[in-house]
Design a binder for this molecule. Sequence first.
Ligand SMILES: Cc1cc2nc3c(=O)[nH]c(=O)nc-3n(C[C@H](O)[C@H](O)[C@H](O)COP(=O)(O)OP(=O)(O)OC[C@H]3O[C@@H](n4cnc5c(N)ncnc54)[C@H](O)[C@@H]3O)c2cc1C
Length: 396
Amino acid sequence: MTDQHHDVVVVGGGNAGISLAARLVRDGCRDVALVDPNETHHYRPLLSYVAGGMARLEDLRRPQGDVVPEGVRWYRDRVVAVDPERSAVRLAGGEELTCADLAVCPGSEVDWDAIPGSRAATTTPHAATSYLPDQAVRTWSMLAGLREGRAVFAIADRHVPCAPVGLKPLFLAADHWRRTGVLDRIGVDLLLEGDALAPQEQADRLLREAAAGLGVRVRTGVRLESVDPGARTLRTTAGGAPEDVPYDALYLAPPHRAPSWVAASGLASDDSEGFLAVDPTTLQHVRHPRVWGLGDVATVDALPSGGALRKQVPVVADNIRARRTGRPMRRYSGYSVAPVTTSRRHLLLGEFDRAGRPEPTLRVPDLVRPRRSLLLFDRYLEPQVYWHRLLKGKVS
Ligand SMILES: Cc1cc2nc3c(=O)[nH]c(=O)nc-3n(C[C@H](O)[C@H](O)[C@H](O)COP(=O)(O)OP(=O)(O)OC[C@H]3O[C@@H](n4cnc5c(N)ncnc54)[C@H](O)[C@@H]3O)c2cc1C
């Protein structure tokens, strides 16, 4: 097998990798390669609507071949190791690719090991997550089928992609139960590992109000330790105190981890928990100047989200050129988003920087106020923006 050299190699063809490859080509880079084993591309934000009974899996899937930008060489293979000193990647098929600059964006994966019993629980009809496509469908059948009992929504704060959207299935289900007249027979508990429903103060307050309006009991600082699927019970701790919580339906937004080869390749750091250690503003690797990181795998000190990639992609594309020409680098503010449905008709959009300060794209109107138009945008228009603009590198 012949080993290949490219100007830029992009590892991962998800939201980050495809948008970056397209942006590099638009900027005139003639030799971009992309590595991704998957034949199907997912627009993952719609998974929350699948889990809430407002979308189908077919709505969010496209053949990967349709989204790989023209002019980009696609290797349908999996990266198993990186040699950052040589900017080289090794593929599962045995091939090695070298490059002038390497962008690493393989996303993150569900860390079932972090919560013993959680994976087994999701093989029963009583527990599911929207964070995996096959389970998103089951989430809605579980929630829609509940007529009485206790529904528990547990949202971790360990690297969950766009964690506040874990609230979408809750609000969509609770509104459904209200409309179908069974809400007063269902106890709804929201167990948040973090201390807020969204990183921005106004969004957090409005979401708490919406939850209170639907009778949802909200508890923060609750860590899910384990699940006993047989007894349908969660073991939690809050402030160090253990508590057993029974459930009839359990929704999980589970902790995520970086692929193990990231740390094994020397791309993590002592305090990055196995994630790719980049400068959170320039997105350049902290030790290897020709390695770049973006998306869910990178330590950008901000909520990982697709919205964040609108800002990260141009930063990486421009900074690759800046490194080569010696120009000053662009900086990423930590911008991220939390689009959360508050009912089956309304959605609020939080936009903030890494300190949780508002960073709205539009000053007027106030998009943090729940609106019907925002839900329609998020469910129907945003996917079109994704396929036709973001994945085409049309981000600035
Ligand atoms: C249920 C859910 C709902 C969400 N809702 C929203 C939302 O409403 N708004 C929002 O802004 N964000 C949302 N997000 C977050 C958003 O989808 C992610 O932040 C975004 O997809 C991250 O892009 P990424 O390219 O880093 O990772 P991914 O999109 O996960 O892509 C990673 C890619 O890398 C590939 N890959 C993995 N390992 C390897 C390897 N070893 N070699 C080669 N390729 C590899 C994978 O096949 C995949 O194609 C949501 C996420 C989920 C899961």
